[in-house]
Ligand binder design. Structure first.
Ligand code: ADP
Ligand code: MG
Length: 479
């Protein structure tokens, strides 16, 4: 029997507000434990939450960017459960009336085709605190700095059909929230994490199978791996004549397996009810219009524009627009360059520069070689002053702070030999010096040209313009 996987994601993204959703405490990451927890975050009696308007604006921006309906009236509810990192005994969330609902987002599938994924809803809620286990023997520490950080929970329709599609959808949402400037999307710091709901059903069946929910996946790779092993586990269960139990599971990355956490019988009954401390959120037309007018160019539109305007492949356009910093860098470099083609800029950005950024563990936003400098470097290559090989060395030198492009060229005596007379002399010397290879070339083994070019380059100490050397050699050998 052939099985079809059905997946829906619940993505929690921390909103990039300066202060918390219901208190004035800072949301900054990494402060000493409990130094950013006010009486509201600590759940003291007698204090009242006050809604942060900026969090609402950010949620609406997301809704508008995904074609959601913006609720003119939405309501905060209490989700009741007990946990040490939740001192109030309830989490303020939205339940029946979320802030935005009924939208969609296009993703690129593994085969390159585009698929539209439904977004059921996105609702506002507060994050919980954190339990700390490492530093406390036999005890747990509680850090409430994160308590009350605004979250937008984005719930998809069960429209994803493979682990790869789920990964691509999560990447697309990540790209979008970064473009909208509503989240830093930092996954190491937990700003962007997801629960994956997974079921399988016989191919062609229209009813949904029983699902499990894998909690708290915090990287694209883990989302894909966890879903893949869960699909395989469910397939084994069903093919052995068993049935899938609806339950919450955890992914163990070390063993690459999912494990039951709690079953439906023990599922929490959250006893949701409208929070009496908070008024309904009423959103007016003027606000929606203003937020709509403020939306930036969205990733999908930028991808299409990059491909058309700069003559890039769909793949290049996709990579370059994956985050706003890369897209801005590329466009700034193209605009600053006089003679390099956009394709060349794309190649150097995705190849050489990205390799250095990865090696050094630095984000594009913090690059030590800015777009204008890369443009100058590529101009020198396009103008024949530097070879590609020399260009790579100059890029390293730029990264190491050795000065400007032209300063480094001078200091290192890197000027490429492009003078036709000088190159002819070097070529003649190679033809004289390697009669055997010349004979081979002339008898049809034309691959040997690589060897001869190499000899010329060597005798010029790598400074001869390789394109000119190649042309001159071919001309002389043919003649
Ligand atoms: P809950 O709030 O209990 O987690 P929801 O009905 O809100 O449940 O669904 C949560 C997520 O699970 C959504 O993303 C939805 O698309 C997905 N989902 C629901 N049913 C299934 C199913 N049978 N298989 C896979 N995903 C599902
Ligand atoms: Mg859920």
């Amino acid at each position: 029997m052939e099985w079809e996987a059905v997946i829906g994601l619940e993505i929690h993204t921390q909103l990039a507000t300066a202060s918390k959703i219901f208190s004035g405490s800072s949301t900054r990451y990494g402060a000493p434990p409990n130094s950013q927890a006010s009486l509201v975050d600590l759940g003291y009696p007698g204090v009242l939450p006050v809604l942060n308007a900026e969090a609402v604006h950010m949620a609406i921006r997301f809704g508008l960017a995904t074609g959601c309906t913006v609720a003119r009236r939405s309501v905060f509810a209490r989700k009741n459960y007990f946990y040490p990192d939740l001192p109030k005994g309830y989490q303020i969330s939205q339940y029946e009336l979320p802030i935005v609902y009924g939208g969609h987002l296009d993703i690129v599938m593994e085969d390159g085709r585009v698929k539209t994924i439904g977004i059921t809803r996105a609702h506002l809620e507060e994050d919980a605190g954190k339990s700390l286990h490492e530093d406390f023997q036999g005890l747990s520490g509680i850090d409430l700095n994160r308590a009350g950080t605004p979250l937008l929970e984005i719930v998809s329709e069960p429209g994803l059909r493979s682990a790869g599609e789920a990964g691509n959808y999560m990447r697309a949402i990540h790209t979008l929230v970064r473009y909208l400037g509503i989240s830093d999307g930092n996954m190491q710091e937990g700003s962007f994490r997801c629960d994956a709901n997974v079921s399988i059903r016989p191919m062609g069946e229209s009813e949904l199978g029983t699902r499990t929910e894998i909690k708290n996946l915090n990287s694209f790779r883990f989302v894909e791996k966890a879903i893949q092993v869960e699909i395989e586990r469910q397939t084994d269960v069903l093919e052995d004549g068993g049935s899938v139990v609806q339950e919450t599971r955890l992914y163990d990355a070390d063993r690459n397996e999912t494990r039951a956490m709690r079953g439906k019988e023990e599922a929490n009954d959250y006893r949701y009810f409208p929070d009496p401390d908070l008024l309904p959120v009423v959103v007016g037309e003027a606000l929606i219009e203003r937020l709509q007018a403020d939306l930036p160019e969205l990733p999908a539109a930028k991808r299409v524009r990059f491909a058309e305007q700069y003559g890039l492949t769909a793949y290049d356009a996709d990579v370059l627009t994956a985050n706003p910093e890369s897209a801005d860098y590329f466009e700034a470099a193209v605009n600053a360059s006089r003679s390099a083609s956009p394709k060349t800029v794309a190649n150097w950005f995705q190849g050489e520069l990205t390799a250095i950024l990865k090696r050094e563990g630095v984000d594009v936003a913090d690059t030590r070689v800015d777009a204008a400098t890369l443009a100058t470097l590529l101009d020198r290559i396009a103008d024949g002053i530097l070879s590609g090989r020399m260009g790579k060395d100059v890029l390293e030198a730029l990264w190491n702070g050795e000065g400007s492009v032209d300063g480094i060229i001078e200091a290192r005596g890197l000027r490429q030999i492009s003078d036709a007379g000088a190159i002819e002399a070097l070529v003649d010397r190679a033809i004289e010096g390697f009669p055997e290879q010349v004979a081979q070339y002339r008898s049809g083994r034309t691959k040997v040209i690589g060897f001869l070019v190499g000899q010329v380059m060597k005798s010029s100490r790598g400074k001869a313009n390789p394109r000119q050397v190649n042309e001159m050699l071919r001309r002389k050998l043919a003649g």
